[in-house]
Design a binder for this molecule. Structure first.
Ligand SMILES: Nc1nc2c(c(=O)[nH]1)N(C=O)[C@@H](CNc1ccc(C(=O)N[C@@H](CCC(=O)O)C(=O)O)cc1)CN2
Ligand SMILES: Nc1ncnc2c1ncn2[C@@H]1O[C@H](COP(=O)(O)OP(=O)(O)OP(=O)(O)O)[C@@H](O)[C@H]1O
Length: 190
């Protein structure tokens, strides 16, 4: 299946989940994350979930990060040039939900450069067997991840397991290192 067909299929499958399923699976994903060896870093980039798209809820993960005293970085999306700007999440951060339903900082806080990030938690619709991802198709994360250090750890969060085949990619696609699903972790590194 082409990326576009996969996008439509997995968007619809996700919309069919009940609010209870979204919550339960998201909590299972957070519990799986706790077993990973990713907690010795400083700077963690997190996406804030689009509720109406039934994305994986990241509030459990946010609590874990805050409990571990990590720096949490969140982004504001620019839908003109599909870029993201990044801000440290602090007690003073004002979060506003934009027209696409994405909760985001108002852009007044402490800016963070991509090369400061150690771990990026990545939203997606579905991944293939080697960590290539299908997202909403605007290339936000491909542009963003290209600016990060090559060693940045890219951890996808998904309700569905990877496809058992490879999808056709383009040169801009940056694959995930790991995918965390409700009942399994997939490591795409050698
Ligand atoms: N929570 C979260 N934040 C994120 C992403 C994400 O996937 N999840 N992104 C990951 O890249 C970027 C935002 N990308 C997005 C791209 C499209 C739509 C969206 O709502 N598309 C609608 C069609 C909207 C329209 O054309 O009016 C849709 O797909 O139904 C949302 C976010 C950056 N921030
Ligand atoms: N670094 C880049 N510079 C310019 N255009 C880019 C870059 N990365 C991606 N794009 C463009 O953005 C679009 C992304 O499409 P693609 O099908 O790969 O999206 P996706 O991986 O499903 O979505 P997303 O990254 O939004 O979650 C393509 O049109 C691609 O050409």
């Amino acid at each position: 299946m082409e990326k576009k067909a996969l996008r439509n299929k997995y968007k619809q499958l996700r919309l069919n989940l009940s609010p209870q399923e979204v919550e339960d699976y998201s909590l299972q994903i957070a519990n799986k994350l706790l077993t990973l060896d990713i907690w010795d870093f400083k700077m963690y980039h997190l996406f804030l979930s689009i509720e109406k798209q039934k994305e994986v809820q990241t509030d459990f993960l946010l609590h874990i990060l805050q409990g571990k005293d990590k720096n949490v970085v969140i982004s504001k999306s620019d839908f003109i040039d599909y870029s993201m700007s990044h801000y440290l999440l602090t007690d003073d951060t004002r979060i506003i939900t934009n027209n696409y339903g994405i909760p985001e900082p108002d852009g007044m806080g402490i800016s963070i450069d991509e090369n400061q990030l150690d771990v990026v938690f990545v939203p997606l619709l579905v991944s293939d067997s080697i960590g290539n991802r299908v997202g909403y198709g605007k290339g936000f994360y491909d542009r963003f991840l290209k600016k990060c250090r090559p060693t940045v750890l890219k951890v996808g969060l998904s309700f569905v397991k990877p496809l058992d085949y490879q999808i056709k990619t383009n040169p801009n696609d940056i694959p995930l290192d790991m995918l965390v699903c409700p009942d399994k972790i997939y490591d795409f590194r050698q």
